[in-house]
Design a protein around this ligand. Sequence first.
Ligand SMILES: Cc1cc2nc3c(=O)[nH]c(=O)nc-3n(C[C@H](O)[C@H](O)[C@H](O)COP(=O)(O)O)c2cc1C
Length: 210
Amino acid sequence: MKILRVICSPRGTASESYRLSQTLINHLIDSHRGSDFIITERGVTGLSHIDADYAEAVSRRRDPSSAVAEKGALLQSEHLIRELENADCVVIATPMHNLMVPSTLKAWLDHVIQADRTFRITAQGKVGALRDRPVFIAIASGGTFTGDHAQQPDFLRPWLKTVLASIGLLDVTFFSVEGTAQKPDALKATREKTERESARYFSTHTPLPA
Ligand SMILES: Cc1cc2nc3c(=O)[nH]c(=O)nc-3n(C[C@H](O)[C@H](O)[C@H](O)COP(=O)(O)O)c2cc1C
């Protein structure tokens, strides 16, 4: 089984979201005993934004008479798309930044959500071109954004679910450690709550084929 882990925090493997993603990966491995796992780590904090070559090539792709050479960020996009296509399961470790995904994750999405490659534009709207597969999102946030006592709106989950669906990734499950800015005891309780939720989820779900 091939897992692609997308690491979005500037704190990398020291981050809370990475920590949660590791909990999820441990559950995935435990719930598929007998399977071999290969984990590809995709850090996205150093990823360049899409460039003029990318924008030009994608916008002109539908008109073969004006096709431009595929170079620059487009080549990097192709590499990232193949990494995604190759995965049986995707785990995205991300903090919430300004109520949303961090710009690092947005940059990765701008690379892998590509017209006439990972989605097609039809009269009915965008149609995803990727094979669906389980996607787990591990979110860390300083404050809370779910439940009756949410301290802020949540633009992250609805937006991320919508853009992943646009390329065919519909099987998306979120877990979050919310309130990392709390005192250590409260943070410990929050982590334990999320660990119980994820343990419960994986006790009743076997997301990957045997
Ligand atoms: C630029 C920036 C923006 C942030 N915006 C939010 C926010 O809108 N809501 C929130 O709850 N926490 C916010 N935080 C706090 C982080 O979500 C929190 O520290 C989280 O635990 C970081 O996770 P990580 O360790 O995986 O990076 C922000 C942090 C930074 C650096």
